[in-house]
Design a protein around this ligand. Sequence first.
Ligand code: HEM
Length: 413
Amino acid sequence: MVAAARPNPDTRQPLDLTSAAFHAHKYDWYRWMLEEAPVCPARISVLKVNLVARYEDCRSILSDARFVRSRARARGKGGASPFPFPLPGSVMALASSMIVEDDPAHRRLRNLVNKAFTARAVSRLSDRVEDLSHELIDGLDTSGPVDLLEAYARPIPARVICEMMGVEKSDADELHHGMRVLTEGLSGLGIVRTLFWDLRRTTRFVRTLIEKKRADPGDDMLSSLIAAEEAGDRLNEDELLAMVFLLIVAGFETTMHLVGNGAQVLIEHEDQRARLVAEPELWGLAVDELVRYRGPVHATKPVYATEDVELHGRTIARGTPTFPMLGAANMDPRAFERPETFYVGRSPNHHLGFGFGDHFCLGRQLALMEARIALKNLFERRPALRLAVDPSELELARLPGWHRYKALPVLVA
Ligand code: HEM
């Protein structure tokens, strides 16, 4: 990396998290932050933020009562918008999910859904994931390049979360399209269009889904959330909407990109693939190591200090959005031996790829199960899988907080 391109916390040039320079050399920037800028000023578009890079600092911020999710609370303004910019009313409902709430509201909402994600509930879904994965591998085009993200990595978690929620297949496609437009649009340049047009459209669509399910309930998560809403005291209608939205967004784009990033890392590491062939029982550890080494989520939602906090000689000012950078923390040599080496037998592996503290990922077990089955079947049945382009041509999406490719062209035969 060119030294002059490095961010300097003492200048007025905060690191631009949407810049091509950052995404092209992300791991160089992380190394630099870990050593020289553990609290690093940055920006997302016009929004000024702080990044916290080191493993122990991320863990302590994510469990420190002085840091909260609600910006309004951090600034002592009860009732004000939790967001740092004005949002249309219809959109606020969608965006106000438990991931941006603090306890007790957060805990009340999380308790409504956590039983669907226990180890037992997840293990009951594994046969379905096996079937889906084999069906998709059978259908992979062997005559030329295919985008592994679209042809394989997306449909597995997308169908699983829709089935868990009880969303009909005919509605699932529109929903996935809507979700994709949103995740890409909300961090991109078209944010205004996304906020005032796409998000409204998706809100209307999710409301219609809820109405359909209300009329015809089943044995699924959406029906039980609607029952909780109808009981009156546990969930209001906006919370219901936000929960559906959160579970669907969190439930498939993340896992999809873990499978994509994972396939890319495994293609690159022939020795580690060979080890998995010899010791298939290592697949569980291997997937956790993939989450550490190239997980799809590199930052939590912003947290806000309720008072000025001093850290490594810098002040995190009250109310400023602060991002624990999980992607950097997972490369911290203070926490991991040889962090830049990917090896499938790494154990213990207390990485932060699923977050930490009260908002620790609810879907971790589901994601690990889906990714393990998807990657194991893929490499066992298509051992010659390789990239269809030079690795330098793969393009990362410039979405702050994510590590994901725009496409993953591979040759399957
Ligand atoms: C590889 C896949 C996944 C990764 C890397 C991942 C990562 C994360 C991370 C880092 C957080 C913490 C965010 C924060 O503190 O702001 C989180 C929270 C969450 N995740 Fe996941 N996730 C994955 C898959 C899933 C799946 C499959 C679901 C299931 C629907 C899910 C549901 C959630 C929910 C609901 C939260 C919010 C929990 C709360 O606020 O209490 N995630 N996830």
